[in-house]
Design a binder for this molecule. Structure first.
Ligand code: SAM
Length: 290
C-alpha cells in the first residue's frame, strides 16, 4: 500500500486501484474499479454517448463534473465522447464542455504521482497537468475541459446550464455542505432557468434524507442503477419524463415512517423523521401530483 500524508492507494474488491482520503475516511470509488463505476453509474446511466450524438441545439453540450477528485468520471466521459466524435455519427459539430468543480486538487496531484498504478490515468498525465496549471485543457477536438477551483456550495454557478451532472462529493456525513437544501436549490436554479436543456444528475446515494432534500429543492428524483455493491442509487432530473423510475407514492409512505427523512439544511448532519411542514411541501411537489 502506497501512502501519503492525506491519501493512500487502495485495492478495490474487484481488483482495481483507487485512492482513499484519510481525512474523510472514504475511498473515492466503489465496486470493481474507477472506470467501471463511472461507466455504470454516470456515463451509461445518463446515455451520454447517445445524447451527445443526438444533440441538436446550437450551444455546446455541457457536463458538470462536481467533485473532480482523481478525475475518474471526467476521463471516462471524455473517452466515451471522443469515440462518438471520432465515429463521425454525430448530427452536428457543436463542442462539448466539461466543467469540473474541485475544492482541493491535492488528490489529483497525488493521483498523478501514482499514474502507473491507477490504470485509468494512463496517457492522461499531460492533459491533467495542463488542466491543473491553466484551469483548462482540450483533450480532443471539440472537447473543452475547464476546472473551477473552490467550494462549489458557496460559488455562483456561472458555467452554462448542464445537460448532465456527475454529482460525486464525499458522503453527507463527511461533506454536509454539498448535500444540503441550499446547494441543491442553487443547482436547481441553473437547470430550471428558461431555455435550459433537459438535465439529469447521477449519484451513488440511496439515502431517504438526500432524496427528500433534492425534491424539496425542486428536482424530480428517481431510483438509479445498481453499481458495485450498491443495489440502488439515485438519479435526479429537471423534467419528470427524463426519469425511468421516478419515486412514487409507495416511496412517500416509507418517508413518513423513516427515521432518516429530514431534509438536510446548513451543515447540520443530524438526521431525524420528516416534520409535518416538510412532508406537506414534499407531497405538493409536481412529481407526486396527478
Ligand atoms: C469521491 S471524490 C470524487 C471522485 C471523482 N469524481 C472521480 O471520479 O474520480 C470527492 C471529491 O469532491 C471534492 N469536494 C468535496 N467538497 C467539495 C466542495 N465543497 N466543492 C468542490 N469539491 C468538493 C473532494 O475534494 C473530492 O476530490
Amino acid at each position: 500500500m502506497s501512502t501519503d500524508v492525506a491519501f493512500e492507494l487502495v485495492t478495490l474488491k474487484g481488483g482495481g486501484r483507487s485512492i482513499r482520503s484519510k481525512a474523510h475516511c472514504e475511498t473515492m470509488h466503489i465496486g470493481t474499479d474507477p472506470r467501471t463505476e463511472a461507466l455504470e453509474l454516470h456515463v451509461g446511466q445518463q446515455r451520454l454517448a447517445e445524447r451527445v450524438r443526438e444533440w441538436e441545439r446550437p450551444e455546446p453540450f455541457v457536463i458538470w463534473d462536481i467533485g473532480l477528485g482523481p478525475a475518474g468520471n471526467a476521463i471516462t466521459a471524455i473517452e466515451v465522447i471522443s469515440e462518438v466524435i471520432n465515429s463521425g455519427t454525430r448530427e452536428n459539430s457543436t463542442p462539448v464542455e466539461i466543467h469540473s468543480y474541485e475544492i482541493s486538487t491535492k488528490v489529483l496531484e497525488f493521483a498523478l504521482g501514482h499514474a502507473g498504478e491507477l490504470e485509468y490515468l494512463g496517457g492522461w498525465e499531460t492533459i491533467l497537468r495542463e488542466l491543473l496549471e491553466t484551469g483548462k485543457a482540450s483533450p480532443a477536438p471539440l472537447i473543452d475541459w475547464r476546472l473551477h477551483r473552490g467550494d462549489f456550495s458557496r460559488q455562483p454557478h456561472d458555467a452554462p446550464a448542464p445537460s448532465v451532472i456527475f454529482f460525486d462529493p464525499y458522503s453527507p456525513a463527511q461533506n454536509s455542505e454539498m448535500w444540503n437544501l441550499e446547494t441543491f436549490r442553487s443547482m436547481w436554479g441553473a437547470v430550471s432557468a428558461p431555455g435550459a436543456p433537459g438535465c439529469t444528475m447521477t449519484n451513488y446515494t440511496r439515502s431517504t434524507s438526500v432524496r427528500v432534500t433534492m425534491l424539496l429543492a425542486g428536482w424530480f428524483v428517481g431510483t438509479g442503477v445498481p453499481t458495485g455493491e450498491k443495489e440502488v442509487t439515485t438519479i435526479a432530473a429537471n423534467r419528470l419524463d427524463l426519469l425511468k423510475k421516478p419515486l412514487d407514492s409507495s416511496w412517500l409512505t416509507r418517508v413518513r415512517s423513516s427515521t432518516n427523512a429530514e431534509p438536510m439544511r446548513g451543515r447540520n448532519n443530524e438526521r431525524g423523521p420528516i416534520s409535518p411542514e416538510d412532508y406537506a411541501r414534499l407531497i405538493a411537489h409536481p412529481q407526486f401530483l396527478g
